[in-house]
Design a protein around this ligand. Structure first.
Ligand SMILES: [Zn+2]
Length: 719
């Protein structure tokens, strides 16, 4: 593994140098110091992050940061309550949280990137220590007293200051600090019980195993590679499939021709943890509502969504309800097509599509009508061309310039650092690192990580942010560059959007800067940018066969890719909406004194919105999101719908996805604002109108008139 890593580094270095840039580039890279005069002019500060070099130094950096933050919290708590000011309370809290978080960010990045396992371990422990400490901060009574004393002065604040004040006070209220001491004790006791049950729920999910033994004939339709996978063949004609192992479950549901096989495994999957977690959930749900009510909310979904864009459980429910209704024509059409396929295959004209059927017929449909050779598409996406192409587009539409600079410290040889400047004013806005290929011990997904956040400092200067993009693109092979899949190109466009959101921020407070926005909004701008890579005009600016760059992706292939994406989207989303609706219904207002029955709530709702189930199942017991994303699952669909709505600004603009005016609007109204003003308002300003779910419905193939004509509750065939 070590040797492999080293040779990859050598190879990828070669790939990293784009030919057009090489002469000047190889000679000398600029340094961060070259940008300091322009930063001074803009009253901005550029900081190269400090990287501790030993495990002890990592531990110490976070320990020191926590100690310093505690000292500052003591000072906030010890001040004369008659002399409290905005600065000595609310701003002081933002300042100290910002500094402590910066140390934790650095440790977090070391955990994800360092080549030395001991360094990674030190980073991991330091982050855990920081998280444990951060939880306790909200419960400091002395600090709350100072905040309360300031709140009692009924301060006259406006704009971002007011928002910071309101939300700081709100967070203490949510933590129970506004309650009388005995009431607060009760809430704390309930929270402890809830946390214990949550842990139990999670362990039950992890521990649930669902082995089902099939004969080879029963698994007819599965590829040979499946049978050859380790652990599958367990006897002469015995193949053990684990219902709890998602890839095995999906492989069988996607491919098994035999309905009884699909149903057997589905029943095993949707009864996982039923005997343990149904009872755990029936205790957790009333506890959650009990806590919410004691804190002044009608229900847990109101409590959870208060800090989100949805703002209330009813707001989330209405949105999902509108989508369920709106998507009905597309869902019905897909269902009819799958039904026809099943009728033909089984010879039963009345055959119905059940929960254990949809994956199989979706897969058949895609195979029969929409096959795209995904592997050969890679030839059109050599890594460096894709990155350069994306840079060109984003620099152009957002009015930015990216300049590669020399990183003073590199955790790997091929690490790259870029300075982002405003292309009109030359103002430096921040920096991003690129760490793009896999290696042992590295973070193994694709994500943007904050290192230094944006913040207006006490001296009036603005600390510009630094972030890192950690990816795992395929390493270059012998004699060929790193070739990305289309999915990976989409991920790059998405993740880099998060970098921009972080870097171009203008928010004054650390709490609101960059992508520190409500959880049901943070993905929307990046999801919007995913549209770019499905557009032929965009692709043609950079996607070309690396062996013969005159060859672009043929138009009919791009069309087929788009058609394939749409073919089963109705099924996909109705399932998402069913999960979101179940999650919201479980956390809704509950009749006083009535016992909780999570299965009685979830199973009928699933059938109403999605497809028939087997009555012995209880999928809710294995719905892991219910611990951690509780009353939050709706956020996935919510962000998708807002993303589609936002994309219309570009789609209607003169230059479509290349439109500078639309890009600048996104930069100024969404990215730069962060959470410094209500995100719903920012979206409205960007759109120039109220939000609508219509663009989302249109995007997934519901014609504008469809949703109006056929609006109403789901028709019987969905049951
Ligand atoms: Zn994302």
């Amino acid at each position: 593994m070590k040797n492999l890593t080293r040779s990859l580094t050598v190879l990828s270095t070669a790939i990293f140098f784009p030919i057009s840039l090489s002469p000047a580039f190889a000679a000398e890279l600029k340094s961060v110091d070259d940008f300091r005069p322009a930063a001074d002019k803009a009253n901005a500060i550029l900081t190269i992050p400090e990287w501790p070099q030993t495990p002890d130094a990592v531990t110490k950096s976070v320990k020191d940061a926590i100690a310093l933050a505690n000292k500052r919290l003591d000072e906030v708590g010890a001040q004369d309550l008659k002399k409290v000011t905005f600065k000595s309370t609310i701003v002081a809290l933002d300042d100290l949280a910002y500094d402590a978080t910066t140390a934790a960010y650095t440790a977090g990045l070391i955990k994800q990137t360092n080549k030395d396992a001991a360094m990674r371990k030190a980073g991991e422990v330091a982050v855990k220590d920081f998280e444990d400490w951060a939880v306790g901060v909200d419960y400091r009574e002395d600090v709350y007293k100072a905040v309360k004393a300031f709140a009692d002065t009924k301060p006259n604040l406006s704009g971002e200051d007011k928002k910071l004040f309101d939300e700081t006070v709100r967070d203490y209220r949510r933590a129970g600090l506004a309650l009388a001491p005995d009431k607060r004790k009760e809430v704390e006791e309930l929270r402890k019980q809830l946390a214990k049950l949550g842990t139990e729920f999670e362990s039950n999910v992890v521990d649930a195993k669902g082995p089902v033994v099939f004969t080879k004939a029963e698994l007819d339709g599965l590829p040979e590679s499946f049978f050859a996978s380790p652990g599958i063949k367990t006897g002469d004609d015995a193949y053990t499939v684990l219902a709890n192992v998602t890839w095995q479950y999906v492989a069988v549901e996607d491919n098994a021709k035999n309905e009884a096989t699909r149903k057997k495994l589905y029943v095993a999957r949707d009864t996982l943890a039923k005997d343990t977690n149904v009872s755990v959930l029936n205790q957790m749900l009333p506890l959650r509502n009990n806590i919410a009510q004691r804190l002044g909310y009608k229900s847990w979904d109101d409590y959870q969504t208060e800090i989100k864009m949805a703002k209330s459980g009813a707001g989330a429910k209405k949105y999902i309800g509108d989508l369920v209704t709106g998507i009905q024509p597309k869902f019905s059409a897909e269902l009819a097509e799958l039904q026809k396929m099943k009728a033909a295959e089984t010879g039963d004209p009345k055959a119905t599509i059940n929960t254990w059927d949809f994956r199989y017929y979706d897969n058949q449909l895609l195979k029969q009508k929409y096959t795209v050779d995904k592997e050969s598409l890679r030839n059109f996406f050599p890594y460096q061309k894709v990155v350069d192409g994306m840079f060109n587009i984003y620099q152009n539409i957002f009015g930015l310039k990216f300049t590669q600079i020399e990183p003073p410290y590199k955790w790997i040889d091929d690490l790259q650092l870029y300075m982002v400047t405003d292309s009109t004013t030359d103002e430096p806005l921040g920096m991003f690192y690129l760490d793009m290929f896999p290696r042992e011990g590295k973070f193994n997904h694709f994500a943007q990580f904050g290192i230094i956040g944006g913040k207006l400092l006490a001296n009036g200067k603005y600390q510009r942010p630094t972030v890192a993009l950690l990816c795992n693109f395929p390493p270059p092979g012998p004699g060929k560059p790193s070739l990305m899949s289309h999915d990976e190109v989409e991920v790059l466009f998405h993740e880099f959007g998060h970098c921009l959101h972080s870097i171009v921020t203008r928010a004054h407070y650390g709490r609101f800067a960059g992508s520190n926005v409500p959880g049901d909004f943070v993905e929307a701008p990046s999801q919007m940018l995913q549209n770019w890579v499905w557009n032929k005009d965009v692709l043609d600016t950079f996607a070309a066969d690396y062996r013969d760059p005159s060859k672009k992706i043929p138009a009919d292939i791009v069309q087929k890719m788009n058609d394939a994406k749409l073919a089963t989207v109705g099924m996909f989303y109705r399932r998402q909406f069913a999960l979101a609706s179940v999650d919201l219904a479980l956390h809704d207002v509950h009749p006083e004194g009535a016992p909780y029955d999570c299965v009685a709530i979830s199973n009928p709702l699933w059938e109403k919105i999605f497809l028939p189930i087997d009555p012995s199942t209880a999928f809710v017991a294995y719905f892991g999101h219910l611990n951690g994303y509780d009353a939050g699952y709706y956020g996935y669909a919510w962000a998708d719908a807002i993303a589609a709505d936002m994309a219309t600004v570009f789609e209607k603009a003169k230059n479509k996805y290349f439109d500078r005016e639309a890009g600048m609007k996104l930069r100024n109204e969404i990215y730069a604002q962060g959470d410094s003003r209500d995100v719903a308002l920012s979206v409205e300003k960007f759109l120039g109108r109220k939000q609508s779910v219509e663009p989302f419905l249109k995007k997934i193939g519901v014609k504008p008139t469809d949703s109006k004509e056929k609006a109403g509750p789901p028709p019987p065939e969905a049951r």
